[in-house]
Design a protein around this ligand. Structure first.
Ligand SMILES: [Mg+2]
Length: 204
C-alpha cells in the first residue's frame, strides 16, 4: 500500500478538549438564566449549529444569545469568553508536530465558529503549524455533510486513501470512509498514534 499524502485532524476532542461550562460559568451570571441553562442554550443546539454553518454572523449570534438568555454583559467579554473553552491534548499535538517535522502536510477540519477560532489562534501556538484549515462556518457546510469534505479534498489536493482522517465522531468518520479516506475513529491517543505512525512508516 502506498504511503498517504496528508493527515486531516478534527479539532475538538482530538487536539483540544473543550467544555462549554467554562464559558457558561462566566457569562451565565450576567444573564437571566442559571449557568447550567446558559450552557444548554449555547452548547450543541440548533442555534450553535446555525452559527457554525455560517448562516449567522458573530454579531447576529451574540444578539440572539442576548435575546434568549437575557445576557447583559459587554460584547467584548462575550467575544473573549465564548471561545475560551479549550485545553490541549498534548499527545495528539505531539503527533501533529512529528508529522509536520517529517514534511507531511496536516490539516484542521472542524465544525467550529469565528469566536472559537480567534481564541484558539491567540492561545495555542501549535495551531499555527498546519498546512491548511477548513472551518464549517467558512465553507457553510458541517460534517458529516458532503460539502465540507469536498472543500477539504480541494484544499489538500488529494482524495481517497491518500488522506488519513482522525475524528472522534462516528458519523463524521463514516462520511470520510465513504469517500475512501483512511478514517480513524479516535478515542484514545495510545491507540490512534501507533496507527498513524504505522501508515507513514514512522514506526520502522
Ligand atoms: Mg471532535
Amino acid at each position: 500500500m502506498n504511503v498517504p499524502k496528508a493527515v486531516i485532524f478534527d479539532l475538538g476532542k482530538v487536539l483540544l478538549e473543550f467544555d462549554y461550562h467554562r464559558a457558561a460559568s462566566t457569562l451565565g451570571p450576567l444573564s437571566a438564566v442559571p449557568a447550567p441553562e446558559f450552557k444548554r442554550i449555547i452548547d450543541q443546539t440548533p442555534l450553535l449549529h446555525r452559527y457554525e454553518t455560517g448562516l449567522m454572523t458573530t454579531t447576529e449570534f451574540v444578539s440572539e444569545v442576548r435575546q434568549i438568555t437575557g445576557y447583559h454583559g459587554a460584547d467584548s467579554l462575550f467575544h473573549d469568553t465564548f471561545g475560551d473553552i479549550f485545553w490541549e491534548i498534548p499527545e495528539m499535538i505531539a503527533l501533529q508536530q512529528r508529522l509536520m517535522a517529517q514534511g507531511i502536510p496536516t490539516f484542521i477540519f472542524s465544525n467550529t465558529n469565528e469566536l472559537a477560532v480567534r481564541k484558539i489562534q491567540s492561545k495555542f501556538p501549535f495551531f499555527g503549524g498546519f498546512s491548511g484549515y477548513i472551518y464549517s462556518y467558512e465553507v457553510r457546510s458541517m460534517k458529516p455533510s458532503q460539502g465540507i469534505y469536498e472543500a477539504m479534498e480541494s484544499m489538500a489536493g488529494a482524495k481517497g486513501a491518500d488522506l488519513v482522517y482522525i475524528d472522534d465522531r462516528l458519523e463524521n468518520i463514516e462520511a470520510g470512509a465513504a469517500r475512501g479516506w483512511q478514517a480513524l475513529l479516535h478515542a484514545d491517543p495510545a491507540v490512534t498514534i501507533p496507527k498513524v505512525t504505522h501508515l507513514f512508516g514512522l514506526d520502522r
